[in-house]
Write a protein that binds this ligand. Structure first.
Ligand code: MF3
Ligand code: CO
Ligand code: CO
Length: 277
């Protein structure tokens, strides 16, 4: 079975189209988005050799509860044939592209890279963000992958313009990533996010400028490029969640949730907030 490009939730049929949020609804999303940034900050000093991904998960879970939120990944329904996601965060080490499942046997080692993806749910809204961390000293090539991936996310964010098209985002990311010698993952995409975790529109991280849906005020979506050192191809492990690079090379990812408003583009999961005109 080939993978679907986006994790669709059952209550989010594509025909419903894109939900545009009012200014008030965007306000209501801020606390969840702020929490995702603070949660990643909280986890940062724990990302050291010897820690297990389950310890990171458990710390994230209790921190999230303490802040009055729940963890949207926990129990999130999987694609057909998969179990619901059994943990509160995703931890994706080295060749794992995304959706790694925290486990007590996965112990971080010096030189690893690990993406931690968090999605607190607060006041009915999701804040979806991830970063890739370098564990101790990493190889120059791993460092370059991580740095280019983060920069590619920002190139995508900068391509968001009212009246522009969703395809502008992927085109900007792909041009930069490929110019640096990396491949952009096709099988997972950014997504609308609000009361629904995975909503329209799908936001590919590759593509053609000028194509795709028009970008309008009120749209709230993620940009979350995954870049591979080798080929863009991925495969799923037996658990039906963990996506790995087909060729075993490293993969990195960064993710922000952003809102398009009349005054520009606001990165909701960045603290302090940034408005790009
Ligand atoms: N946070 C991920 C994303 O960026 C989705 C994780 S779904 C889960 O879309 F079930 F794996 F947690
Ligand atoms: Co996301
Ligand atoms: Co995420």
């Amino acid at each position: 079975m080939s993978q679907t490009a986006v994790l669709q939730t059952s209550n989010d049929a594509p025909f419903r189209g894109i939900t545009l949020l009012s200014a008030r609804e965007i306000e209501a999303m801020r606390p969840a988005c702020r929490l995702s940034s603070e949660l990643l900050d909280f986890l940062t000093p724990m990302v050291v050799p010897g820690v297990s991904t389950l310890e990171l998960n458990d710390a994230a879970e209790s921190w999230t509860k303490k802040h009055g939120a729940t963890s949207a990944p926990l129990g999130y329904p999987g694609p057909q044939g998969a179990i619901a996601f059994p943990r509160s965060i995703c931890t994706s080490i080295n060749e794992v592209v995304c959706h790694g499942i925290p486990n007590k046997k996965d112990i971080l080692q010096e030189g690893d890279i690990i993406n931690i993806d968090v999605t607190p749910l607060l006041n009915g809204y999701h804040g979806d963000s991830s970063r890739t961390f370098m564990v101790g000293e990493v190889s120059p090539s791993a460092r370059k992958l991580v740095e280019v991936t983060e920069k590619s996310m920002w190139k995508g964010i900068e391509a968001v313009k009212i009246g522009g098209r969703i395809g502008d985002i992927g085109a900007a990311i792909q041009a930069y990533a490929e110019s640096e010698g990396f491949a952009v993952v096709r099988d997972f995409v950014g997504h609308g996010v609000h009361r629904t975790f995975h909503a329209e529109p799908q936001v590919p991280h590759y593509g053609v400028a000028g194509k795709g849906k028009k970008i309008r005020p009120g749209m709230v979506f993620t940009i979350e490029p995954m870049l591979n050192e080798g080929s863009h191809e991925v495969e799923l492990l037996e658990d039906q969640w963990t996506a790995v690079t087909k060729d075993g090379t490293l993969s990195a990812q960064f993710e922000h949730t952003l809102a398009v408003t009349k005054s520009g583009v606001e990165v909701l999961t960045k603290m302090p907030a940034a408005v790009l005109a």
